[in-house]
Design a protein around this ligand. Structure first.
Ligand SMILES: Nc1ncnc2c1ncn2[C@@H]1O[C@H](COP(=O)(O)OP(=O)(O)O)[C@@H](O)[C@H]1O
Ligand SMILES: [Mg+2]
Length: 387
């Protein structure tokens, strides 16, 4: 029997027409140059260069909104330093940890031990045991050379929020270890206690949002690698760039738009990617985002959304009191308290799925919260129904 993948690869000529190689449009792709981030990379390198002279570099913090190139720049600097260290024959390691994958101090330290060749369990040891094992790495060094370790803690806000600042305390108080933290929030230091701020003593590097022209340069570079010649109509990259510039200069969103536009053109067997495809791509991305958010919500919040949906369909104005009644009806025995519902409402509002508006009922009658759905009703219904 013929192989279906072979068949599709060889008969479906449009796939060859649109994309040359889809990998460069993937989030994880690391281009070999990062335009408009030369300055930030140079700053990181200026601190890290100490490692090449066997001096532990300063701790560094990168700040900036989503999609401003923080992860890419840190990985880029990492590759460059590893290259330089190999050439100079110094013993430097740079380990990248994404704190969404390792959410406690124990997990991060265990992961670092494993990456550095120590066989430690993922759970079960006391914190003292794991930390001592980690610190021993820097004492007993078979090579007789001094190991310098740089730890990149990406998305550090999540870890600090869940687990406190113990990880920073431990790392910054281990000889030969330097930390590069990456945060999406300028006020992330509020999550750190002063005992840690003093030992962190970090240098800060800010990643500003990209403007439309900068995004356009980034997309142009990627498009050369990803699309065949003359496939993109002239207005495609400017449109993706303008749309992403509005979304806080997010390069990831810009790349997503371009990739989805290409895929939609491909699905239609079109030989060109047009601005229409970009507009469709925007809708598709929004659709997927809402669906994903709703699917990953805790059950009680999904119920609350269902209650909001029911009231919306009845054309009713939704006050928090009325919403609670409807929610209780749906939840029966395991309903949470009225107080908790306020937290849920806040969270759903932060996610952009609903909005709230406080109105005054007139003198002496107090004020009420009016809740409105901010996403598509049908989309919400099908998503909730599918769960
Ligand atoms: N200056 C740039 N040049 C090329 N690609 C970039 C640049 N900045 C960001 N990107 C790409 O955009 C996407 C998002 O960047 P990322 O580094 O993940 O942002 P952040 O970590 O700040 O959220 C990645 O795919 C990255 O490769
Ligand atoms: Mg990132």
């Amino acid at each position: 029997m013929s192989n279906i993948f072979d068949e599709i690869e060889h008969t479906d000529s449009s796939s060859k027409i649109i994309f040359k190689d889809k990998k460069p449009l993937d989030h994880r792709f690391l281009p070999d140059k990062l335009v408009h981030r030369e300055e930030q990379i140079r700053q990181i390198a200026k601190y890290w260069v100490d490692a090449l002279n066997e001096v532990t570099p300063s701790n560094v913090t990168l700040y900036g909104k989503t999609g401003t190139g923080k992860t890419a720049a840190s990985k880029f600097a990492r590759e460059q330093l590893i290259d330089a260290a190999n050439n100079k024959n110094v013993f430097v390691k740079v380990e990248y940890i994404r704190c969404t994958d390792y959410t406690t101090e124990y997990q991060v330290i265990a992961q670092l031990c494993q990456k550095l060749g120590r066989d430690v369990p993922n759970r079960g040891w006391t914190k003292g045991e794991i930390v001592n094992t980690f610190r021993d790495i820097f004492k007993t060094n078979a090579f007789g050379k001094k190991l310098i370790l740089i730890v990149i803690l990406d998305e550090i806000d999540i870890l600090l929020d869940k687990d406190g600042d113990g990880i920073l305390y431990t790392l910054t108080r281990t000889d030969n270890v330097s930390v590069l933290s990456i945060s999406n929030y300028l006020d992330f230091k509020n999550l750190i206690k002063s005992r840690v701020t003093s030992s962190l003593n970090d240098k800060e590097i800010v990643f500003p949002p990209y403007g439309a022209d900068q995004l356009s340069d980034i997309l142009t570079e990627r498009a050369l690698l990803a699309f065949n010649d003359d496939v993109l109509e002239d207005d495609v990259i400017p449109l993706c760039s303008a749309m992403a510039a509005k979304e806080e200069g997010d390069a990831r969103y810009a790349l997503d738009l371009l990739k989805n536009a290409g895929e939609l053109a491909f699905d239609e067997d079109s030989v060109k990617v047009t601005s229409e495809h970009v507009k469709m791509a925007k809708d598709r991305i929004e659709h997927n985002k809402v669906t994903e958010i709703i699917q990953t919500l805790p059950l009680q919040q999904q119920r609350l959304l269902e209650a909001i949906l029911n009231l919306t369909k009845n054309g009713e104005e939704i006050s928090s009191g009325k919403l609670y009644d409807e929610y209780k009806e749906l939840s029966k025995k395991d309903a949470v308290t009225y107080r908790r519902i306020f937290d849920f409402i806040n969270e759903l509002e932060l996610l952009g799925i609903i909005s709230t508006n406080t109105i005054s009922r007139g003198r002496g009658k107090g004020r009420t919260n009016i809740i409105k759905l901010q996403c598509d009703e049908d989309l919400l219904e099908t998503t909730l129904f599918s769960i």
